[in-house]
Design a protein around this ligand. Structure first.
Ligand code: NZQ
Ligand code: ZN
Length: 388
């Protein structure tokens, strides 16, 4: 039965080949000072920086820059960003980049006017902001996280060997996001494939939980079918607009809170992946890929009916004359075959993890309670060992 919920997603999206025109429409709503946040320089090479700066100037904005946001943004960078935003007296934080840049912008936005240490307040104590939040807008250049239309912000603390996400409420969602699929054409293949699997994982984290009949699960299956189809096309032809735009739109719906409504969710693959990243700093989607099959094979018997349904509705497994276990298992086999085909990393070794790191990764893994089996640390160890 659908549980009770409220649904409100305040992010305004501009989608398509002329989406950046939306930036000019949005800017007059905010004050003069704009903190332009971006990563390691891809936007300068592909021309997106010039396009954005032109619009900012034409809108009469004062531009302050905060560059060098790294993949898996760190708590040290967050503190630097807070100082920059304070100095700029920022009226708007404009994130131009992927999930790391968008997540970071949100973390800065809730920390500038907050007296507490942001890491302790938001990522250890999971408090909500009780200070003035600076509005955030995103120009998305890499697809995967859904950060463009959600309150998620993931920050890494290397000293504490923790990578933790806080899912903030509606007031922290980007006020607007610009989604032009062509902006993603220059994303390297490794990152594109990693992003595609991040999308798949977001959907699966919300799908593999609960036993009720729930509209969200039917939506999830549709999103998965679209994603698999478009990924197959985009891998052969990365500039196929139809495929890239469908992947971009699917990514947004995968994690804009819709498909979690009225149901329980899992998120254990993300907890395992984030623990791996806390020790290796590896690319997010690849950390998820490398732990997924050992995890799903382990929990399959506890959620057999859903895995059976997944095999049939997503992977077109023929169920005739087979047991539920056989069908469910063939579904996971098909998923694994596809993951290998699109070039995902399937072993922690390939992400730079050594066996020496195993105990530390187990230690860094947070345990969630919404999946088909609540794991203990020895089970986490076993799953991680099978992920090497
Ligand atoms: O830094 P630059 O030079 O811009 O290069 C980036 C970066 O190296 C590059 N890139 C981005 N757009 C490009 C491009 N290169 C060429 N052309 C373009 N158009 O891609 C690399 C990866 O970027 P990043 O932003 O790190 O990737 P992604 O979007 O996957 O974000 C990952 C971060 O988001 C978090 C992850 O944990 C990770 O920290 N997540 C956020 C979530 C959320 N907000 O809800 C949920 C996710 O599960 C995830 O945890
Ligand atoms: Zn993710």
């Amino acid at each position: 039965m659908l549980g009770n919920f409220t649904f409100c997603n305040p992010t305004k999206l501009y989608f398509g080949k002329d989406a950046l025109n939306g930036l000019a429409e949005e800017l007059p709503k905010y004050g003069k000072n704009v903190l332009l946040v971006y990563g390691g320089g891809s936007i300068k090479k592909n021309g997106i920086y010039d396009k954005v700066v032109k619009i900012l100037k034409e809108s009469g904005k004062e531009i302050y820059e905060d560059s060098g946001v790294m993949p898996n943004p760190t708590v040290d960078k967050l503190k630097e960003g807070v100082e920059r935003a304070k100095k700029a007296n920022a009226d708007l934080i404009l994130a131009v980049g992927g999930g790391s840049v968008c997540d970071y912008a949100k973390a800065v936005s809730v920390s500038v006017n907050c007296k507490d240490d942001p890491w302790d307040k938001y990522f250890i104590r999971f408090e909500e902001p009780n200070c003035k939040i600076i509005p955030v807008g995103c120009v998305l250049t890499m697809v995967g996280t859904g950060s463009e239309m959600n309150g998620g912000s993931v920050i890494t603390n290397h000293a504490q060997k923790l990578k933790i996400g806080h899912v903030f409420g509606e007031n922290v969602f980007p006020r607007f996001s610009i989604l032009d699929p062509e902006f993603t054409y220059t994303v390297p293949k490794y990152q594109m494939v990693s992003g595609i699997y991040d999308v798949m994982s977001h959907i699966l984290e919300q799908y593999f939980s609960g036993t009720d009949d729930n509209t969200s699960d039917y939506i999830a299956e549709g999103l998965l079918r679209s994603l698999i189809h478009s990924a197959n096309v985009a891998i052969d032809n990365p500039t196929d607009y139809e495929a890239r735009s469908n992947i971009m739109w699917t990514a947004t719906w995968a994690l804009n809170t819709l498909i979690a409504k009225g149901k329980t969710t899992d998120w254990m693959v993300h907890m395992l992946g984030q623990a791996v990243a806390a020790h290796t700093d590896a690319t997010h989607g690849m950390t998820l890929a490398s732990v997924s099959m050992p995890y799903y094979r382990y929990i399959m018997p506890y959620g057999l009916d859903k895995f059976y349904r997944y095999a049939i509705n997503v992977w077109d497994i023929d169920a005739k004359g087979k047991t539920k276990e056989q069908v469910a298992s063939e579904g996971l086999d098909a998923m694994e075959k596809w993951m290998k085909k699109i070039g995902l990393v399937m072993s922690l070794f390939d992400l730079g993890a050594t066996m020496d790191m195993l105990s530390g990764i187990v230690e860094s893994t947070l345990i969630m309670g919404g999946g088909y089996k609540v794991l203990d640390k020895s089970e986490i160890r076993e799953i991680l060992r099978n992920s090497y």
